[in-house]
Design a protein around this ligand. Structure first.
Ligand SMILES: [Zn+2]
Length: 364
């Protein structure tokens, strides 16, 4: 990402009194910069997120199923959840008690979950695209004329769906997005199915590898696909606004060459099963985000001259290695991903002749 966001410390909610046997998972991942983020006691393995997009309303009916492994006996545990109307929660198919407070959804399963057990939690809720929390740097539910996109970084993925929203707990994602059939949904990973029934189409995307919640991607709108191949046959699947296809196709078509360049620089193959670009007609010109497997850009930024657009493309590509495939355990270490992204961005600018080679004392 190419903008810095200041984060105010938030108090960690105190543990509730009168603990039943089994114990409660912590209500924090213990992060110094974002103490209210994340939850303890379990390790999320996968999320299955269903969104029902209706243009006529900002409300989005959602069903979110998290599969996780208990790291301790759990009589109670929490997920990050903000701005959603929670309708019901079940654990292993049995209705579970729940309560919400601040940005936490606290769940009491019918029977305590034993340490080492894998369990599933299903939450039926209604998210709200018009709800962007006070003090927001921008709108995380990014509105577009024909749909929306998500910009959850750094700490707002749990505005979209209940999750253990901390980069130390990566998970695989399946997104099932239902839209009017004249629109198209885009999300992380590969499109594994597209089914139309009546006037609705459901797009299912899935990631093969675990990714942090903050780089989840969902967008709906009138998009057109640009299909390419990268090094070693890596599939490149980019999406651009349909009415900007002619202008933007040559820009996103730089992607395979960029991946090949970066693989050579880093000496490692691209870490995911697919890559691509998503160009969004967002009001945030210049904002770009390293959404895993497919980076998100404002289309106006990509329409800038090559010496401005391509370095940003390279920057988000580097983040696929540093930040997405390898994520930070603590937000204090954000420099590890941003430092590498900036470093290789500058090397790219020099290689492309967009910037003069920095002159300094030679070192051995
Ligand atoms: Zn960055």
């Amino acid at each position: 990402m190419l903008l810095t966001v200041s984060a105010a410390a938030v108090a960690v909610p105190p543990a509730l009194a009168g603990e039943p046997a089994g114990g409660a998972g912590a209500e924090s991942a213990g992060d110094r910069l974002f103490p209210s983020l994340g939850n303890g006691g379990y390790d999320a393995g996968s999320y299955d997120v269903q969104f029902d997009y209706r243009p006529s309303t900002p409300k989005v009916n959602a069903t979110v199923t998290m599969r996780a492994t208990a790291k301790q006996d759990l009589s109670r545990f929490s997920l990050g959840a903000a701005g959603q109307d929670i309708k019901s929660v079940s654990e292993q198919g049995a209705r579970a008690e729940f309560s919400t407070s601040g940005e936490k959804l606290t769940i009491t399963p019918k029977n305590p979950v034993r340490k080492g057990r894998t369990f599933t939690v299903r939450t039926d809720c209604r998210a709200d695209r018009s709800r962007n929390l006070p003090g927001s740097f921008w709108e995380y539910w990014v509105p577009t004329k024909d749909g929306f996109a998500l910009m959850g970084r750094p700490d707002r993925a749990h505005l979209f769906f209940p999750a253990n929203d901390h980069p130390s707990d990566k998970a695989r994602f399946t997104f099932r997005i239902s839209t009017p059939k004249n629109l198209r949904a885009v999300a992380n990973g590969f499109l594994i199915s597209r089914r139309t029934a009546g006037d609705r189409t459901t797009y299912t995307f899935r990631t093969r590898h675990p990714i942090p919640t903050r780089v989840g991607q969902v967008a709906v709108g009138k998009y057109r696909e640009v299909e390419q191949r990268g090094p070693h046959g890596l599939p490149i699947r980019s999406y651009v606004p349909a009415d900007q296809y002619t202008q933007l196709k040559p820009v996103v078509s730089r992607t395979p060459a960029q991946v090949a360049w970066l693989e050579k620089e880093i000496g490692r193959p691209f870490p995911f099963e697919v890559y691509g670009m998503l160009a969004v007609k967002s009001p945030y010109n210049g904002v770009a985000l390293e959404t895993a497997t497919r980076s998100t850009f404002s289309s106006s930024m990509l329409n800038r001259p090559a010496e401005q657009a391509e370095p940003v493309m390279a920057h988000e590509l580097v983040h696929q290695y540093f930040g997405d495939a390898v994520s930070v355990r603590s937000w204090d270490d954000m420099w590890i991903s941003e430092g590498h992204a900036h470093y290789y961005q500058i090397r790219y600018e020099v290689d492309r002749g967009f910037r003069q080679r920095p002159r300094g004392r030679a070192t051995r």
